[in-house]
Ligand binder design. Sequence first.
Ligand code: DPP
Ligand code: ZN
Length: 878
Amino acid sequence: PQTIFLKDYTPSDYLISKIHLTFDLDDTNTQVISKMNVSANYDFKSLKRDLVLNGEELTLNKIFVDGVELGADQYELIEDGLVIKEVKEEFILEIHNTINPLANKALDGLYKSGSIFCTQNEPEGFRRITYFIDRPDIMAVYTTKVIADKAKYPVLLSNGNPIDSGDLEGGKHFVEWLDPFVKPSYLYALVAGDLGLVQDEFTTMSGRKIDLRIYVDKGNESKCDHAMESLKNSMRWDEEVYGREYDLDIYMIVAVDAFNMGAMENKGLNIFNSAYVLADPKTATDSNFFGVEGVIGHEYFHNWTGNRITCRDWFQLTLKEGLTVFRDQEFSSDMNSRVVNRIANIKTLKSRQFVEDAGPTAHPIKPSSYIEINNFYTMTIYEKGSEVIRMIHTLLGADGFRKGTDKYFELFDGQAVTTEDFIHAMSVANDNYDFTQFKNWYHQAGTPMLDIKTSYNEAAKEYSITVTQSCKPTPGQDEKKPYHMPFGLGLVSKDGADFPLKLKEVFTAQPQIEENILHLTQESETFTFTGIDHEPVPSFNRGFSAPVNLKSDRPLSDFVFLMANDNDEYNRYESAQALAIELMSCLVKDAANGVPLKLDAPFIKAYGELIKDESLDNSFKALILDIPSEGILHQAQDVVDFENTFKVRKFVKETLAKTYEQELSAIYDSLNVDKEYSLSPEAMGERELKNLVLGLLLSTGNSKYDDLAYEQFVKATNMTDEFAALTMIIHSDSKYADEVIEKFFIKWKHETLVMQKWLTAQASARGEKTLGRVKELLSNEVYDKSVPNLVRSLIGTFTANYTEFHNTSGVGYEFITNQIIDIDKLNPQMASRLAGSFKDYKRLPSDLKALVKTSLERILAEKDISRNVYEIVSKTHA
Ligand code: DPP
Ligand code: ZN
């Protein structure tokens, strides 16, 4: 497969300014007629006269130029496309082709999800609908006429506004839609189905009424309240925070079950994975509710950051994704607890993006090459991309950032642009702020490491910190230049107050410190603060102002102090984590060396203080009491030790739970009271803490907690409590396990989203019988390998079940390898995500490494393996 490079970008020779599409929908034989206005993009004399169009999985029927049908010598079908020979400077091109939506299991282009026709065109799906110059810098006005059987498909949708409709012969009908805004092909959408509708309206800041519509499978209408509320909140928030108003008269969201990603921001017609639309207390957990709000916001915010201003080419993906994730994270922070939301976002970043940055597919947020662009919808482009935008926000301040986005919309509305253009707007709106060095964040992969040394000069009352930054080599990048990063700092006095930060000397033209944010720019630099009358405890990288790893010469007792006293709440959490990671990493080594495990007494004590601290918010308490995950612990290991990491985590939980059994039990009882269900942050916090505490109590091994968990399972009136109990009962291998698996299945087998949870709970259970169970579930009536959510729940979950997937017998690897090869034949995007689970290859112990090597080679030896899987597996194997 061919590699595509950013440096090879050139604008298209030809443009398409207008396109009219007609679809006559049929399961296996959909007729598409596309009529396009094509014109030369440059001086026609200088151009090649062949027009090259992309096209995949299409059957070509006829071509007309300016109304005249082309003969066989006037065009040529090539691999993945069509060439129209000897074109004119300006002409109307009409193409007739057919497609087979039912056979489309890649879920890319036009396909069927159950009985619904729907599309997914980002990044390159449109070429599977018709021949087109399928790249985001070709922006056109789209009109669509959808024709279908009226009884089966009463609802026919596309982008924009309906302009015509009517009945046709043979029981068919049509609706015609016009989207007046120019857009790239990846934002094109079409839906047809017999759908239920939930409707509401929103009045914009200029007084326009917007018709809001959520389309779902009939019977699911009652599960749309939260999505609708979230949509209205998003619209209001974007007006208030960014001054951006919605532009069309109608905003539609359609929920489908078979979808590769979370959702898609098609202009005026978002198509969503049903997991991010449908939610009611009985079937969705609190975290599902958060997910709905966040993704509804995300897709809505794309209307300005992505749709009105789009990407010039796919190397710019973070231009829209990093910025839009930043916007949705801020929206969620404003709707809920800011610190809790921030901690959740950083947890995701550290447990998933940092791993990507350290693995075989590490890439900068702006990559310079790819084989398959679908492989670049990554944690790095999205989540690290958002952290990079957040740093710009920190550097410029909220007002400066807003001036920058205003400038961005002013300069680039209606255009397809680059990350450079975004930085340019930010800079000119802020006195030409110098982002030269900051741009290294866009081009360098890897997570920077800050190594910090501190010293206190009592006589001079001066405190110094020396920060040395480095970044390990990543594939294709051996040398890294220093980054410009904002570094939140607090010097905490013994009474818990922060010392005012006064720098002794300032060396650089740009300020080195603003509002307790240091500007780091050098490979190594020392900052000296004056007026510090006793040795402080430093609090580093407050608020996680830069997405980096840290190490310092500070004693562990500092973490204990900061857990209790830091004025930055995020760093209270972070200190607890850092301390636990440090101690648990030592225990993993002890376990490997056969040294009996013993947990540090000051840590046990500090943990107890947190349990007893009644001033803490419940959600925050649940987060801070949750000891680091195995995945986080693995990151600190040169050679990953799955068994001992699991053992240590179990030991630590058990030790803490046994020590504080009474206190924990009291917390559980105080929170486990009959109360009217509510989605308020307080109520969610209560459920979160209650379930965390129940998990700790179960780890004591005392069977009375098995009964307690069972009781919670039986009595639960909401999915948060029911699913938490189900999972804990299965994972603790309690005597109730088989019974709850059966009961839950019987109760919920008709709700696919709930069955996905059921699969997840089972595939994540430890113990060798899990793999057998997972294999059995492959043929369960609720499982369907053509539905990505189900694959993710069962197979994807198993790849994160470290001890079973990485079982030394190799059976876990063999199973996943077979699954990758099998699913690749249907859905390459799904298969390539599964292939990413071998990311730890280079850091595995040698016996496991040899097994993975065999697996990778087996996949590479497959005939007809997709580009998607090839790219991931070959980079992992390299
Ligand atoms: N552009 C989509 C999103 O991030 C991905 N399919 O929302
Ligand atoms: Zn997005």
